[in-house]
Design a protein around this ligand. Structure first.
Ligand code: SF4
Length: 281
């Protein structure tokens, strides 16, 4: 953040500039078959680890008419982009609009407490087969501490609704290494994941927590490579046989942390090391 000597102010798009909409035909683009449209920018929630939280910038939800108007009718699939797509107050109407035009939709993750039968049915009708839920903190205590504010019951209810409305699988995002995390939190998270897996085939994507600049947890300690490995292995062992688990390498997380917090000198050394093909950690 300090490459430019001072931390630049967040860039806020004028409301009228949204939605941005584009098509990126590239094999490495995970949405390569979808026309992309940004339906929201920012997020009204206040999760303390997240750079999209409300206090960083005002949330913009793009009106349904504008979202639908910027997607060409001949596109078969539409990717809905934004940190808080599932919190869009008119998400059902947007989905209905695309369903009526026979266009499938795809999106990244959903808040579990936003999933009700109506939204789940519409998502399914719009072609989604696997839903992704971000729980982030493994225990309810941690989710409360990071202001994710999702109860175990809300997450299980979301899994139940997804199953009942015909979804074929669920993916869950979680982190290890949040401040104050103990082994009990990890075990509680594993118990919740095993509960979810009773409803649908489950994939868990888990990363070591990386404190981000401009968030209340910016100065939190990075858990470290050794400790992150140990915590990941506790979780992996506890969900073995219940879920497929994908982990972000603790070394990658460490590098992400260093890059995010590097001052000008450290940024230059990291860049030089990269140019010379040396290890960055
Ligand atoms: S983690 Fe999700 S719900 Fe929380 S502030 Fe970020 S985008 Fe919003």
């Amino acid at each position: 953040p300090c490459v430019h000597k001072e931390i630049p102010k967040p860039c806020v798009a004028p409301k009228d500039a949204l939605p941005t909409a584009t098509f990126i035909p590239h094999e490495k683009n995970m949405f390569s078959d979808a026309f992309l449209v940004e339906v929201s920018r920012g997020c009204p929630k206040a999760c303390t680890f997240c750079i999209c939280r409300s206090s960083n910038r005002k949330t913009i939800f793009v009106p349904k008419e504008k979202v639908l108007a910027c997607v060409p009718l001949d596109r078969k699939k539409v990717g809905l982009l934004g940190a808080s797509v599932s919190l869009h107050p008119h998400l059902p109407e947007i989905l209905e609009g695309f369903i009526a035009r026979n266009q499938k939709i795809t999106l990244s993750s959903l808040r579990a407490d936003r999933i009700d039968v109506e939204i789940a049915k519409l998502l399914r009708k719009a072609g989604l087969v696997t839903a992704t839920l971000g729980i982030d903190g493994l225990s309810e205590r941690l989710r409360c501490r990071i202001r994710k504010d999702l109860t175990k019951e809300q997450v299980i209810m979301a899994a139940r609704i997804l199953k009942d409305t015909g979804f074929k699988g669920v993916k869950v995002y979680a982190m290890v290494g949040l401040p104050e995390e103990t082994e009990d939190d990890i075990i509680e998270g594993a118990t919740l994941l095993r509960e979810i897996a009773k409803f649908l085939p489950l994939t868990v994507s888990v990363s070591p927590f990386v404190p981000k600049p401009r968030t209340p947890l910016s100065d939190a300690r990075f858990v470290g490579i050794k400790e992150a490995k140990q915590r990941l292995s506790v979780l992996e062992r506890a969900v073995r046989g219940y879920a497929r688990i994908q982990t972000t390498s603790p070394r990658t997380a460490m590098l992400e942390w260093r890059l995010a917090h590097a001052d000008e000198d450290e940024s230059q050394s990291l860049l030089q090391a990269f140019i010379e093909g040396k290890s960055l950690i």
